[in-house]
Design a protein around this ligand. Structure first.
Ligand SMILES: C[S@@+](CC[C@H](N)C(=O)[O-])C[C@H]1O[C@@H](n2cnc3c(N)ncnc32)[C@H](O)[C@@H]1O
Length: 344
C-alpha cells in the first residue's frame, strides 16, 4: 500500500488563508487535473500509448456505467470518422464500422444521458447474469463497483470478464476504499467521518455484500486468468489541504464527489441494514449533513485510498500463470463484521 504522506499546505493552519467550512470547494478547477497523473512522462495508465490498441474499431465495455460519463468520454476521444451529420441516422451501421472505438456502457438502470456519440451504446442489463454479447472486448473497464456483489458473485463476474475479453485484451478497474482517514491523526474515533466508514462497513456486511472488493479485486482478476497485473495505489485527499496544486485540485474535486454522493452511498444501506437497528430517513439526512461539513474541514487532512488495476488476457500461445496474490478468504462474506473500516 502506498502510504507515503502527502505534504499538507502549511497555510491550512492559518484562519485567514483557509475557511474550514468547505467554501474552498467553490474554487475553480484547472484543466490540468483532468489530464491525469503523469508518471515517467506518461499519464497513468490511460494515455495515448495505452489506448493505441483500441484503435480501428476496437470494442470497449464499461461495466456499471452509471451516468455513462466514462463511456461517453472515451467514445468522444475515439470518435467516428469525419462524416456529414445528415448521414448519421440513415447509415448507422456503416458509421459504426468507421469508428475508432465502439464503447458500450451497461448498467441496471437507464442513464440520464439524452445524447451520446454515435459510437457509444448505453444498455440496460444485469451484469451478474450470463453475458450475451457476441464479440469479445478489447477492454473491459470498471469504476467504483464496491458493494455490488458477494465475493463469490465477483468471482463469477471476473470469469465472465475474462471469457469476454479477446486474447491480448485488457481489464481495467478503479476502486476507492470508503474509509476516511486523517493524515495527522486528528480525527477522533467518534467523529462523523470515522463513524460513517464503520456504519457503512457494518451495514454492508449485514446486507450480505460486505465491502471486500478493494482488497480482493487484484487476486480475483488474477484468479480469473488475467496476467501482467499493474496496480497503482494512491491517497486521494479530500479538500484543499495538500500543498501540491494538482493534489489540491484533486482534493477539491474529491470533496465535491463525496458531498454530492454521500446521501446516495448511505441511504439504502443505513435505512435497511443500519446498526444497531435500521436508521430513519431523518437520521441519515442529519448525519450526512454533519459529515459533509466535517469532510470539508481541511485541518483534519482527510484522505482515502484509491487503486487502479489493469491486467491482460494472455494470448493463445502464452501459458496460464498462477495468481501471485490469493483472495483473502479470512474476510468471508457471510461472517458479519469481519471486514473492518480501520485506517493504516
Ligand atoms: C458507484 S456506481 C459507479 C458508476 C460509474 N462506473 C462511475 O464511475 O461513475 C456503480 C454502478 O454499478 C451499477 N450496478 C450495480 N450492480 C450492477 C449489475 N448487477 N449490473 C449492472 N450494473 C450494476 C449500479 O447501478 C451503479 O450505477
Amino acid at each position: 500500500m502506498s502510504n507515503e504522506a502527502l505534504e499538507p499546505d502549511p497555510n491550512i493552519f492559518s484562519d485567514e488563508a483557509y475557511d474550514s467550512d468547505g467554501s474552498q470547494s467553490t474554487c475553480s478547477v484547472s484543466s490540468s487535473i483532468f489530464n491525469g497523473l503523469i508518471e515517467n512522462g506518461r499519464s497513468v495508465p490511460s494515455d495515448e500509448l495505452q489506448f493505441e490498441t483500441y484503435e480501428a474499431g476496437y470494442h470497449i465495455l464499461d461495466v456499471g456505467t452509471g451516468q455513462g460519463t466514462w463511456a461517453i468520454e472515451v467514445a468522444d476521444k475515439f470518435p467516428s470518422g469525419e462524416t456529414d451529420s445528415a448521414v448519421v441516422s440513415s447509415q448507422w451501421q456503416f458509421l459504426l464500422s468507421l469508428s475508432l472505438a465502439i464503447v458500450r456502457g451497461v448498467d441496471l438502470y437507464p442513464p440520464p444521458a439524452t445524447w451520446v456519440p454515435p459510437n457509444c451504446i448505453l444498455e440496460i442489463d444485469d451484469i451478474s447474469r450470463d453475458w450475451t454479447w457476441k464479440d469479445p472486448f478489447d477492454l473491459i473497464h470498471i469504476r467504483i463497483f464496491e458493494g455490488a456483489f458477494t465475493l463469490d458473485e465477483y468471482r463469477g463476474f471476473y470469469k465472465q470478464c475474462f471469457q469476454n475479453t479477446r486474447p491480448g485484451g485488457w481489464i481495467e478497474q478503479l476502486e476507492i476504499q470508503p474509509i476516511f482517514c486523517s493524515q495527522n491523526d486528528s480525527l477522533p474515533e467518534d467523529s462523523s467521518p470515522k463513524e460513517w466508514s464503520r456504519s457503512v462497513f457494518d451495514a454492508a456486511a449485514r446486507s450480505g455484500r460486505p465491502m471486500e472488493l478493494y482488497e480482493n479485486c487484484v487476486p480475483m482478476i488474477e484468479e480469473a486468468g488475467f496476467v501482467e497485473t499493474h496496480v497503482h495505489e494512491t491517497k486521494w485527499p479530500i479538500g484543499a489541504w495538500p500543498k501540491d496544486p494538482m493534489r489540491r485540485e484533486a482534493g477539491l474535486i474529491n470533496l465535491q464527489h463525496w458531498q454530492s454522493g454521500l446521501e446516495g452511498y448511505s441511504m439504502h444501506l443505513l435505512t435497511n441494514y443500519g446498526v444497531p437497528t435500521p436508521w430513519s430517513w431523518e437520521e441519515v439526512m442529519a448525519f450526512v449533513a454533519k459529515l459533509r461539513n466535517d469532510l470539508a474541514n481541511d485541518h483534519h487532512q482527510i484522505y482515502h485510498f484509491a487503486k487502479r488495476v489493469w491486467a491482460r488476457k494472455p494470448s493463445s500461445d502464452e501459458k496460464a500463470v498462477k495468481p501471485s496474490m490469493p483472495v483473502d478468504e479470512t474476510k468471508s462474506s457471510d461472517s458479519e463484521g469481519s471486514v473492518t473500516a480501520d485506517c493504516p
